[in-house]
Design a protein around this ligand. Structure first.
Ligand code: ADP
Ligand code: GLC
Length: 486
């Protein structure tokens, strides 16, 4: 049985800021159901502890120690048994008992380099303590990439990890984990890694670069993004290195966890529905309008939803510039989002101008997210780049038609609807510009007015299969291909 240690900085239902949590919550189960032995390693955050209080998800599993900053540091271990696999928490309250995962609205925590360095090292120590000897260490984004630097530098002579191979998955190349040179000694790595062929990146230390350099295989979360990041436009300064590593770089599309995201079983929404019996969707729409305090009228005006981090990546500036044009179309817009305070302000101001047509909720709200996927007609994702994107896949599953910018995983999962052939599942625009966005919304509006065409389109959307099965098979094939390689 292949043994996989999955190290990630967030996973549902324990902690979440974005799609990484959905992936780290679902992929381990899909791998386990195919016979892999999987252990997931996560920090024990304050939100995790709070969720634990009500859900009793984990129990203590002793403690371990590691060398850290010139002394020995003890940390607690907790474990939660999931269907087919287990989750192991690193409990170190100085680092993780805080309001946010990575920071607050005031910005990132200044000691994030140390916090996640400690997490990466402690996860490896925890494996050793439990004699869990992984065939594969699978790390995700900069927060867990340092595990691979430790494997290579601190544990290279350690018999325990001999023969362990590694995978680094890039969920987002733009978040790199950049810190001053001193971080190397602070996290117990040799200063000679401050070299352009190692972790140095334009005068700083890049944790993400460690993942790309030291992994046996590098993946990203869609085939298109795996090609895009090898170009200067999307490469965030690492495109040269990624081209150099192109032999071991591939793209594996994320999936949808059907136990969480299925309108036939969803307990968050006002009515359940299926591809064959869609009446419940109308109830969900009325419920959504009510939730946002928008009028429910005879005419059945289309609702366009968004659930998003409010970050530059997500193209909200393009949306903000398109708002006046959008409201000329007969349309209602509802947004659930959290993030950049200046974007929050800009959207809130626009909402005040059109309270009859625009509803906005600032914050993180799982139930409301489900209500938006279910109750909207259209779902907008104007991203400037999108490594995979899960929200378009959730929308499709809920029969809500995505209008997306053609980039990354959005390009791979959404096909423009053709009224002639009745093929396709959504609407796409290429140029990152308000007019292009409006063009796609208008095309969608035309189809919306043709009830028979719209019914075919919704049928196509709900028939899309983005289950984890295929992706889990792809990961297993990749793992088998690198077994034993450093
Ligand atoms: P990213 O990881 O870049 O944010 P994804 O599309 O991969 O984008 O995943 C976003 C995930 O986070 C989805 O599960 C989405 O429903 C969820 N999400 C984003 N913003 C919010 C919010 N404000 N409230 C609730 N869920 C949110
Ligand atoms: C990142 C990306 C998003 C992707 C998610 C899960 O947050 O921005 O596109 O779906 O990771 O892989």
């Amino acid at each position: 049985m292949i043994k996989i240690a999955f190290i990630a900085s967030e996973a549902v239902p324990f902690s979440k800021t974005g799609g990484l949590a959905d992936v780290a919550g679902a992929l381990p189960r899909a791998l386990a159901s195919r016979g892999a032995e999987v252990r997931v390693f996560l920090p024990f955050y304050r939100v995790t502890r709070e969720a634990d209080r009500t859900l009793s998800l984990s129990k203590t599993a002793g403690a371990a120690e590691t060398d850290w900053r010139g002394g020995r540091v003890r940390f607690g271990l907790r474990v939660s048994h999931q269907r087919g696999y287990s989750v192991h928490f690193i409990e170190q309250d100085d680092y993780f008992d805080r309001e946010g995962l990575y920071g607050t609205s005031a910005g990132d925590y200044p000691d994030n380099g140390e916090r996640f360095g400690f997490f990466c090292l402690a996860a490896l120590e925890a494996m050793r303590k439990d004699s869990f000897r992984p065939d594969i260490v699978h790390t995700h984004d900069w927060q867990s990439a340092l595990s691979l630097a430790y494997l290579r530098n601190r544990f290279s002579e350690d018999a325990f990890f001999k023969g362990t191979s590694s995978v680094f998955t890039i969920h987002n190349l733009a978040y790199q984990g950049l810190f001053p040179r001193e971080i190397l000694s602070a996290v117990g790595l040799p200063d000679n890694l401050f070299h352009h062929e190692e972790m140095e990146f334009y005068g700083r230390v890049s944790f993400l670069k460690a993942g790309i350099l030291y992994a046996s295989a590098v993946t990203t979360v869609s085939p298109t993004y795996s090609r895009e990041i090898q170009t200067p436009e999307f490469g965030c300064g690492l495109d040269g290195l990624l081209r150099h590593r192109s032999e071991v770089l591939s793209g594996i599309l994320n999936g949808v966890d059907a136990s969480e995201w299925d309108p036939a079983k969803d307990r968050h929404i006002a009515a359940r529905y299926t591809p064959d019996k869609r009446e419940g969707k109308k109830t969900c729409k009325a419920d959504l309008l009510k939730t946002f305090g928008l009028p429910i009228d005879e005419e059945d005006i289309p609702v366009m939803g968004m659930v998003t981090r409010l970050a530059a990546q997500k193209g909200l500036d393009i949306l903000a510039d398109a708002l006046d044009g959008l409201f000329e179309e007969k349309l209602r817009l509802v947004i659930l989002g959290q993030g950049d305070p200046s974007l929050e302000r800009r959207l809130a101001e626009a909402q005040k101008r059109r309270p009859d047509a625009f509803g906005i909720r600032l914050g993180f709200d799982e139930t409301l997210a489900h209500k938006i996927y279910a109750g909207s007609d259209l779902f907008l994702i104007p991203s400037r780049y999108e490594p995979c994107g899960l929200t378009q896949m959730y929308s499709l599953k809920y029969g809500t038609i995505p209008v997306v910018r053609a980039t990354g995983g959005l390009e791979d999962t959404v096909q423009e609807f053709d009224p002639e052939t009745r093929r396709g599942n959504g609407f796409k625009f290429r140029e990152a510009a308000p007019d292009a966005l409006l063009g796609a919304v208008r095309r969608a509006g035309k189809i919306l007015r043709r009830k028979d065409l719209w019914a075919s389109l919704v049928g196509n959307a709900m028939a899309c299969d983005f289950s984890w099965d295929r992706s889990a098979e792809d990961y297993l094939r990749l793992y088998r291909g690198i077994l034993g390689s450093p």
